[in-house]
Design a protein around this ligand. Sequence first.
Ligand SMILES: [Zn+2]
Length: 128
Amino acid sequence: MPTCRHCSSTYSREQFIHGNGPNSQVCVRCGLEKGLITKDQATNMYDDSLRSSRLQAMARRYSVFMYIPLLWTLWIMVLSDVSPWGWYFLGLLVVLTLLAPVWFIYRGGQYSGDMARLTPAYERPKGH
Ligand SMILES: [Zn+2]
């Protein structure tokens, strides 16, 4: 993956502007900020609805890693010394914690598909 000359960030090729000289190896955001392209040319600067859909897809993917520590904290604070429910929920939490990475990997393809669907079309210039 190429690196932007200005912000040193690494993005996929779709996030870079076309051209030689000052336009080479410049990401879309830096291209806009430095005035190398106009807003109309930056199809990858997503409109608001597209941006929120992408954020939702990402939140759905990563939220599981927020919920599991939360559930563990709740278990420690509330249920750890309630017998026998503490033990039942401990088992449930262990199973959930072990399943989370498996689920995360399993859903990876769906996530890539969603993101591809939510990415504007990009015509690849010759030579790339
Ligand atoms: Zn940049």
